[in-house]
Structures are given as structure tokens and as C-alpha cells.
Design a protein around this ligand. Structure first.
Ligand SMILES: C[S@@+](CC[C@H](N)C(=O)[O-])C[C@H]1O[C@@H](n2cnc3c(N)ncnc32)[C@H](O)[C@@H]1O
Length: 194
């Protein structure tokens, strides 16, 4: 999808987003636990939508910021904390300033996943964790959309693992089952390909 199509798609869903999947909380909490947050670290909720993960992130650090491409989503998120309208592939943060990044339901919507992972690596502090998450696994999501599970899917382990490694991330955990999708990586201490 082009960016304007993504914006239009999510703008139409912003008002009802939180009511659509009300039971995702425990899966989100599990993903947030992998981020190894602590007070003082800045947590970025990339593609934050309505910011439903922001309260969970704030249980671990007082410094949480959301970024979303869709103004209506960022506006809703701003009721939960600081949220900016912006593109995850060009973040308004200085190098090595972000302590953890949650990207929930984001990566499948990116036109340039490699460039966005590089941008995440740029803003992440050495050792920062990145969680690419979805509250259901790829097979459930494909079925929900009436599609076949594609081996070309960027989220498939054989695709996302080398992409993370090539963009400055060390993969530390992968899970893709009906209950959730989660790829966790740590920002490499020294830039390798990033
Ligand atoms: C499936 S929703 C997930 C929202 C939220 N993370 C959640 O789990 O409830 C994907 C979100 O990513 C946003 N998005 C898509 N492409 C983006 C980009 N390049 N930069 C920032 N946000 C983006 C959309 O506007 C949308 O709000």
C-alpha cells in the first residue's frame, strides 16, 4: 500500500480500533516484557495506533512516546501520552537515544521495511530491544484476511532474521503461533550493516 492508502485505511478505523480486538492485552503485556525496559529509558511505540500499548509500556518506564503515520490514530494515542504524527522510516529522534521499540502490527504495512529497521537501529541505544509484534500469529492473520500464508511474507522467520541482522539488530527470540507473533532483537553494540 502507498502511504496515502495506509493513512486512509487506518483513518477509517481509528474511532473503533480499541473495541475491535478487546482481548489482546495479555499478548501485548508478554511482548512488552521482552523489551527489558527500566525507568529512565525512552520507549518508542512505533505505529502506535490509538496507543493501546502505551499504558503497558508506562508500567516499566515513565518515558513513552508514540509515533503514527495516521493523524486520527496519533490524535487518539495522545489521550494516553505523547504521540507524534510521523513516519517510522524517518523518526524525529537523535541517534542512540531510544531505549526500546515496540512495533505492533506495523511491519506488514511498511513500504520500506529495511529502511525502517535501519532507522530503528539509528535511534536505538546500544543493547536496546526491538519487538516486532502482532497479537495473533501469521496463519491466523492470513486466514482472517482470506489469504494464503505466503513464504514471501517479510515476517516469516527465514526472511525477518537475516533482515534484522543486516540492519544492525541481533535476533534474540522468535515466536509465530496462533496466540501471537513476536520477533525480538537487540541493537548490536557496534554498527554492522547499519
Ligand atoms: C495494525 S495498526 C497497529 C496499531 C497499534 N500498534 C496496535 O497494535 O493497536 C498499524 C498502525 O501503523 C501505522 N503505520 C503504518 N505505516 C506506518 C509508518 N510508515 N510509520 C508510522 N506508522 C505507520 C498505521 O497508521 C496504523 O495505526
Amino acid at each position: 500500500m502507498e502511504k496515502h492508502e495506509t493513512r486512509a485505511f487506518f483513518a477509517a478505523r481509528a474511532a473503533t480500533w480499541d473495541d475491535t480486538f478487546p482481548d489482546d492485552g495479555p499478548a501485548f503485556a508478554g511482548a512488552v516484557a521482552h523489551l527489558e525496559l527500566r525507568p529512565g529509558l525512552v520507549a518508542l511505540d512505533a505505529g502506535c495506533g490509538t496507543g493501546r500499548a502505551m499504558p503497558l509500556l508506562r508500567e516499566h518506564t515513565d518515558r513513552v512516546v508514540g509515533v503514527d503515520l495516521t493523524p486520527g490514530m496519533a490524535l487518539k494515542a495522545s489521550e494516553r501520552g505523547p504521540a507524534l504524527i510521523g513516519d517510522a522510516s524517518g523518526l524525529p529522534f537523535a541517534d542512540a537515544t531510544i531505549g526500546a521499540i515496540l512495533a505492533a502490527g506495523l511491519i506488514g504495512h511498511l513500504g520500506d521495511p529495511r529502511g525502517t529497521l535501519l532507522e530503528f537501529a539509528r535511534v536505538a541505544r546500544p543493547g536496546a530491544r526491538l519487538a516486532l509484534f502482532h497479537p495473533v500469529g501469521r496463519a491466523v492473520l492470513a486466514a482472517r484476511r482470506g489469504r494464503e500464508l505466503s513464504p514471501d511474507d517479510i515476517r516469516a522467520e527465514h526472511r525477518i532474521t537475516p533482515l534484522l541482522q543486516a540492519t544492525g539488530w541481533e535476533p534474540v527470540h522468535f515466536h509465530d503461533d496462533d496466540d501471537h507473533y513476536l520477533a525480538v532483537a537487540r541493537r548490536a553494540a557496534s554498527a554492522s550493516g547499519a
